[in-house]
Design a protein around this ligand. Sequence first.
Ligand SMILES: [Zn+2]
Length: 293
Amino acid sequence: MAVHAHPDDESSKGAATAARYAAEGAEVLVLTCTGGERGDVLNPAFEVPAGHEFESLAGKRAVRRLEMAAAAQALGVQQHWLGFVDSGLPEGDPLPPLPDDAFARLPLDVAAAPVVEAVRRFRPHVITTYDPSGGYPHPDHIYTHTVSMEAWEAAGDASRYVVGGGAEPWTPLKLYYGHGFSLARLRAVHEAMEGQGLESPFGSWIESRAAREIPERQVTTRVRVDQYFPQRDAALVAHASQIDPDGFFFAVPRDVEADVWPWEEYELAASRVPTHPGEDDLFAGIRGTEAAR
Ligand SMILES: [Zn+2]
């Protein structure tokens, strides 16, 4: 189960991992906390689908549902909406308050209840989410981390979150933070592109990351996924309002990427099964054991 903030996050973070495990026979569910209603059009070539509008929150939600369905199909995964409303990315100094209906303003028990329920119904062995910083300073990403941690702790405890439908408690076994752009990845791809005389999109990003005082997050697990880059790319393109097919996500030639960085990276944040350093599989320690029930 991969918990994400907005439609398109599942395609830009861990998408090839999801596609790989789905192709290998795992049941993979993407949980999408919000409808992405406050996202702007980020693709200059985007055309609003016939019969739709992209102005109102409801209009954006409807378009982004179409995009999400196509992305989930491209990845071969199941997907479930939690139905919360995108908080938007506040901009300005001072930052404006979040809208009244924002996901990130909800009390924790309200926001986490459907995540707990989804864990009890879907019964995942492994959950992926974002690190405590959100990985990206959007309030919905930070709150996605918070509700995921709450569900990790509470879903197996029958005394907590007595939610409708009577789903039995379920205790997931491993919890990961996804790390899409480690400094090691940025540097490896940057150097490979420069070495081929190509313009790297990562130069200034590497400088600002290297200069910042926050330590890099730990990577415990690299999952080899280059075989699934085509599925990831198809899912990205499916989010036509958000992803420019000539933009950032497609700036690195795929043969270069597969050659120097064929992985997606994770940090094992918590585990209820024994684990070993250097694992290359999110199901390591579960696969083939009694726990894989
Ligand atoms: Zn997002």
